[in-house]
Design a protein. Structure first.
Lengths: 256, 406
C-alpha cells in the first residue's frame, strides 16, 4: 500500500517549467531523501506536494492515501492536504508578528481536530501537551509565548518547524532543507525529533543538500533530482557516493 | 445655501461664547484648502444639517458590567440615574471649568470643529479623578435620533496629582441613526498622575464622528490615548497633547478597521514643551473594499526641550485594490539634543504568511482574518488594564468576523 504516488508530475511557476516528469512512490514506514544541485527542483517538489498556490501542476498524477484509498490531491487546497496528513517543514520558516507560537500551533492542531470530528483542545490542556514535546527538541517554554519565529535564530526556527511537526503528527512529512544552517548540535536535535516520530504508519521525504543529515536519519531511499527529473535512485550508499564524487558523474551518466 | 453657510448662520444665533465663535468664523467649516483636512471633505459626509441639540430621551435600564464603574450620556447629556460616578455640569462648576479651559487654551485652537463645540458650549461637564482606581471607568455615549442631527459635548477630565485611572469611552447609536457627533474630551494630568483614555467608536454606517482630544501633561505625569475606530462612515480624530513638565510622558495609539466606503482621518499633534519628556505613537489602519485611512502626525520639539525621546509609526494594511491609505508623518524640531524617530509603511497581506497557516491546516480566509487581527491587536496589547484591553479587543472582533480579502 502506498502513501504517496507521484507519476510523471510536471509543474510550473510563473510560466517556467520546473518539474519535468517526476516519478516517486513513498510507502508508510519509509524515509526518502531527495538530493541534487541547486535549482534542480527539490524545493518545488515539496511545495507542489503540499499545495503551494504559486505552483501549477501541468501534467501527471499526484495521489495520496486518504482513508485507505489512493486519491488525486492535485486539486485540493493546501489546508485540505495538511488536514489529510501532509506536513511541510519550511526551508525558511515565516515570521508572523503578533501571533504567538502557541496560538499558531493550537490553531493548527484544532484545525486537525475539527477535520477529524474530535473535540477542540482548550488552551491549558494544549499547553500541557506541547510541553511534553519540548525536551526532545531542547526548547524552553519561553518559545511558546513569543511571536511565531520572530527574532528566532536559524536553528531555533528549524527546531520550531520540527516541534510543529510533532504536534501535528502527520502521515507524510516533507522537510525542505531542514538541515541547512544548523550547527552539529542543532542537527542532532532535529534528527532526534524526526526519529522520535518515525513509525511504520508514517513516512518522511527529506530534501537536503548534504549527506550530513543522513548520518543521523537513515534513509531507505536516496533520489537525485536534476533539471526537474529524478536521474538516479538508490539506497543510502548513494548519498555517501555523492558526498565523495559530487553530482557531475551522475549528470554525465544521465545524458548518455 | 451651502452647509458651511448654514452652520455659520445658525451658530451665530445659538453661540454661547463670542471668543470661540470668532475663532470658528476665522476659518469656518473645514475645507480641503485646510492642509489638515486635505483628504476629508466634510460636506461629502454631512449632507443634512441641523445644529439644534437632540432632545434627551429616557434610557431604559442598562446592563452594567461589574468590572467597570459606569457613566452614561444620551445625545451628549449626562444621565444621573444610572451612573456610578457623577460628573459636574457647567452650571455647577463655574470658575473651575473656566480655569481648566484657559490652561488648555492653545490646544486645538485652530481646529474649527473644536471651536464649533466650544462656541455652542452645550453639554459641558467636569470629572475629577482622585486616588488609584483599580476599576476602569466606562463612559457610555448613546445617540438615538433617526434623523439627521448633531450632537455636541465636551467632557473635561482632571487627573489630580498621584491619581491613576483608566477611562474607556464608547460611542454607539441606533442602527439606522444618522448622527453627527462632534465632541471634545480635554484632560489635565497633574503631577505624577497616570491616565489612560481609550476612545472606542461603533457608530452605524450612516453616522459621522469628529472627536477632539486635548491633553496637558504635567511633571512626571503619564497620559495615554487610544483610539479604537470600528464604525461610522467617517471618523475624524483630532488629538493634541502638550508635555508641559519635565518627566512627562504620553502615548497616542490608534487602530481603525474599515470596510465599504468608510473613512478614518487622524490628525495628531504632540508638543514637547519641556526637556526630558517622552512620547510614543503607533497608529494602524486596516482598509478593505473602497475604504480610506488617513494619518497626519506632527511632533514639535521646542528649543528648550532637550533630551526628549519621541517615536511615531503609522502602519497600514490594505486588503483590496480599491482601498487606500495616506500617511504624513512630520517633525518640527528646534532643540538639538533629541531622539526622534518616525516612519510609515503601507502594504498588503503577505501571501507567504497566509500559506504558512494553510500548510498547517488553516483555511485561507481564516488565516487572513487571524493575520489581520494580529496586526490590529498589536495596538490593543498596549492597553495595560486587562478589563479595558479585553473590552477594546471585543469591539474590534466584530469587524473581523466577516472579513474577506480580495
Amino acid at each position: 500500500m502506498s502513501l504517496l504516488k507521484v507519476e510523471n508530475l510536471k509543474a510550473q511557476v510563473e510560466g517556467n517549467d520546473i518539474l519535468k516528469g517526476i516519478n516517486l512512490e513513498v510507502k508508510p514506514g519509509e524515509i526518502h531523501a531527495i538530493m541534487g544541485p541547486n535549482g534542480s527542483g527539490k524545493s518545488t517538489l515539496s511545495k507542489v506536494i503540499a499545495g503551494h498556490p504559486d505552483y501549477e501542476v501541468t501534467d501527471g498524477n499526484l495521489e495520496f492515501n486518504i482513508n485507505g484509498k489512493m486519491q488525486d490531491i492535485s486539486e485540493l487546497e493546501a489546508y485540505e492536504r495538511a488536514r489529510d496528513g501532509i506536513f511541510l517543514g519550511f526551508q525558511y520558516p515565516i515570521e508572523v508578528p503578533g501571533v504567538t507560537n502557541i496560538g499558531f500551533m493550537r490553531e493548527s492542531f484544532n484545525a486537525l481536530c475539527e477535520h477529524q470530528g474530535a473535540e477542540l483542545m482548550e488552551e491549558e490542556e494544549f499547553r500541557a501537551f506541547v510541553k511534553t514535546k519540548l525536551p526532545t527538541l531542547n526548547m524552553s517554554e519561553e518559545f511558546l509565548d513569543r511571536a511565531v519565529n520572530e527574532g528566532f535564530s536559524g536553528g531555533e526556527k528549524k527546531k520550531n518547524e520540527i516541534l510543529q511537526m510533532l504536534i501535528m503528527n502527520p502521515r507524510l512529512a516533507l522537510l525542505d532543507e531542514t538541515d541547512s544552517g544548523l550547527d552539529i548540535d542543532a542537527l542532532k536535535t532535529v534528527a532526534d525529533g524526526v526519529n522520535s516520530m518515525k513509525s511504520k504508519f508514517n513516512a518522511f521525504v527529506l530534501v537536503t543538500h548534504y549527506q550530513r543529515l543522513l548520518d543521523y536519519i537513515q534513509p531507505d531511499f536516496v533520489h537525485v533530482l536534476y533539471k526537474g527529473k529524478i536521474i538516479k535512485s538508490g539506497g543510502k550508499e548513494l548519498a555517501l557516493e555523492l558526498e565523495k564524487k559530487g553530482y557531475d558523474w551522475l549528470i554525465e551518466e544521465s545524458k548518455q | 445655501m451651502s452647509i458651511a453657510e448654514q452652520v455659520e448662520k445658525e451658530l451665530k444665533k445659538i453661540s454661547n461664547s463670542k471668543e470661540n465663535l470668532d475663532l470658528f468664523l476665522d476659518s469656518g467649516l473645514p475645507t480641503k484648502k485646510n492642509e489638515l483636512w486635505k483628504y476629508t471633505n466634510l460636506e461629502n459626509f454631512w449632507k443634512e444639517f441641523d445644529l439644534s441639540q437632540q432632545k434627551v430621551v429616557e434610557l431604559s435600564t442598562p446592563d452594567k458590567d461589574a468590572a467597570f464603574n459606569h457613566v452614561f450620556f444620551v445625545n451628549g447629556s449626562f444621565v444621573d440615574a444610572y451612573s456610578d460616578i457623577k460628573v459636574i455640569s457647567i452650571a455647577k462648576c463655574g470658575d473651575d471649568l473656566l480655569s481648566f479651559k484657559s490652561e488648555l487654551n492653545e490646544l486645538l485652537n485652530k481646529e474649527s470643529m473644536f471651536q464649533l463645540v466650544e462656541s455652542q458650549r452645550v453639554n459641558q461637564y467636569l470629572l475629577k479623578l482622585e486616588g488609584v482606581q483599580e476599576k476602569p471607568i466606562l463612559i457610555h455615549n448613546f445617540y438615538t435620533s433617526e434623523h439627521a442631527n448633531h450632537s455636541s459635548s465636551h467632557l473635561h477630565i482632571l487627573a489630580t496629582p498621584n491619581s491613576e485611572t483608566t477611562v474607556v469611552e464608547t460611542h454607539i447609536c441606533d442602527n439606522n441613526a444618522q448622527s453627527f457627533v462632534n465632541n471634545a474630551a480635554s484632560f489635565i494630568v497633574q503631577e505624577n498622575a497616570k491616565l489612560s483614555f481609550i476612545k472606542t467608536q461603533e457608530l452605524g454606517d450612516q453616522s459621522v464622528q469628529v472627536q477632539n482630544t486635548r491633553a496637558l501633561v504635567k511633571r512626571d505625569a503619564q497620559f495615554e490615548s487610544f483610539t479604537i475606530d470600528a464604525g461610522a462612515k467617517l471618523s475624524r480624530n483630532n488629538i493634541s497633547i502638550r508635555l508641559d513638565g519635565e518627566g512627562a510622558a504620553c502615548a497616542a495609539h490608534g487602530i481603525y478597521v474599515l470596510g465599504g466606503t468608510q473613512q478614518s482621518d487622524t490628525n495628531s499633534f504632540i508638543h514637547h514643551n519641556k526637556p526630558h519628556t517622552e512620547s510614543s505613537q503607533l497608529y494602524k489602519g486596516i482598509m478593505n473594499d473602497k475604504s480610506h485611512g488617513i494619518f497626519t502626525g506632527l511632533i514639535r520639539v521646542e528649543k528648550d526641550a532637550q533630551l526628549i525621546n519621541s517615536d511615531q509609526l503609522n502602519k497600514n494594511l490594505l486588503l483590496s485594490k480599491g482601498a487606500h491609505a495616506h500617511s504624513r508623518p512630520q517633525l518640527e524640531i528646534y532643540a538639538d539634543d533629541v531622539k526622534c524617530a518616525h516612519g510609515s509603511t503601507t502594504g498588503q497581506m503577505s501571501d507567504e504568511e497566509v500559506f504558512y497557516f494553510e500548510s498547517r491546516g488553516v483555511p485561507k480566509q481564516r488565516a487572513q482574518r487571524l493575520l489581520a487581527q494580529a496586526f490590529a491587536y498589536d495596538v490593543t496589547l498596549k492597553i495595560k488594564n486587562k478589563t479595558a484591553r479585553d473590552f477594546s479587543k471585543n469591539i474590534l472582533e466584530k469587524n473581523f468576523k466577516n472579513l474577506e480579502v480580495e
